[in-house]
Design a protein around this ligand. Structure first.
Ligand code: MRU
Length: 340
């Protein structure tokens, strides 16, 4: 396979390397990934994360295994194990389906080229979303975003952060409010890191400050990513997205989601059919990362920890996709199902 270089994943000199997002922003450590077990462990620990990137990582690993001579039956079983690593982000399933289709029609030799196509396609999709989205950003906009949707979550410039980066490149004089994104702090750790790298002026806030900022008239729009979009336009994204959408509607703030066609699941009729990952209680009882680990609640505190929530289509102003921006009427007319 040819060398492939992105911000948070590399295929270089026959080695798959993942930037350890658990250690960011304080340490930039690249971890080799050479087995299904290590990829699954990295996905579960969110060392590699973001809906598009986990699909790309899983595909590159399968391609590497095929290059090492692993046979069709073992590749099928590797794909089945990888598929279970995170249930909500449909990009993982879509990428694995593409790899398996290539395996079944042309054998293991077809996997490297298929994985390379998936990688390069994601870069292009990100660029297109960024351009469509930037058209909606008025000069001087104050944008609120949640979780991390940038070059750490994709092979390219990202989804919502791709739009932010493009608006910055076009000198629109934007300012970004970054939700810290409890419980795993992808906003505080990762989006802040990306804003600095992009040179975008930003302010980090706790998630529960967003409504107050909106009430003060300090937010012009909300941009978020998605892990799975149902046929009717409902979508799952990092927990906390739904509260932002409710708050945005109440305050009359436009609320956009930004995602590639690979995040659309035409088999999910609506948000109630999206599987929601439940995660370990300790993530809510405390926090861990390059700064160490701390538990602040009683060690046996009962916890509810869904990783994602579902935002109903009725709260979305527009779906910014690689193909353009869909309106509520487009989505009600079946535009999302027509994409796949
Ligand atoms: O649990 P995470 O950090 O993988 O969640 C990420 C998100 O919710 C993103 O918004 C989504 O994957 C889209 S990233 C381009």
């Amino acid at each position: 396979m040819n060398n492939l270089i992105a911000t948070s994943i590399k295929y270089q000199d026959d080695q798959l390397l993942v930037l350890d997002q658990y250690q960011l922003p304080h340490r930039e450590t690249w971890l080799p990934c050479d087995s299904v077990e290590s990829m699954v462990a990295m996905i579960r620990k969110l060392q590699i994360r973001g809906a598009p990137l986990i699909g790309i990582g899983a595909s590159l690993l399968l391609a590497r295994l095929a290059e090492q001579g692993v046979g069709p039956a073992q590749l099928e079983s590797a794909a089945a194990t990888l598929r279970e690593a995170r249930p909500t982000a449909v990009n993982l399933m879509n990428c694995l389906d593409r790899m398996l289709a290539a395996l079944r029609s042309d054998g293991p030799a077809a996997l490297p080229a298929t994985a390379e196509r998936i990688f390069h396609e994601d870069i292009e999709l990100c660029q297109r979303m960024a351009e469509h989205g930037a058209e909606l950003i008025a000069p001087g906009s104050r944008i609120l975003t949640h979780c991390n949707t940038g070059s750490l979550a994709t092979a390219g410039v990202g989804t919502a952060i791709g739009v932010i980066g493009e608006a910055q490149r076009q000198d629109k004089g934007i300012h970004v409010y970054v939700d810290e994104t409890r419980p795993l702090l992808q906003g505080g750790r990762l989006t802040s890191w990306e804003m600095r790298r992009l040179g975008v002026p930003y302010t980090l806030i706790c998630d529960n400050m967003a409504a107050m900022l909106m009430a003060q008239g300090k937010v012009d729009c909300v941009l978020v990513g998605a892990d799975r979009i149902a046929a009717n336009g409902d979508f799952a994204n990092k927990v906390g997205t739904y509260s932002l959408a409710v708050n945005a509607r109440y305050h009359g703030v436009p609320f956009y989601l930004v995602a590639p066609y690979t995040t659309v699941d035409p088999h999910c009729p609506d948000g109630s059919a999206i599987p929601i990952e439940q995660r370990a209680a300790d993530e809510v009882r405390g926090v861990g990362g390059s700064f160490g680990e701390v538990v602040w609640s009683p060690e046996d505190a009962p916890v509810y920890n869904p990783a994602f929530d579902v935002t109903p289509a009725g709260l979305v102003t527009g779906w910014i996709l690689d193909t353009g921006v869909l309106t509520t009427d487009d989505v009600a007319g079946g535009a999302l199902t027509a994409l796949r």
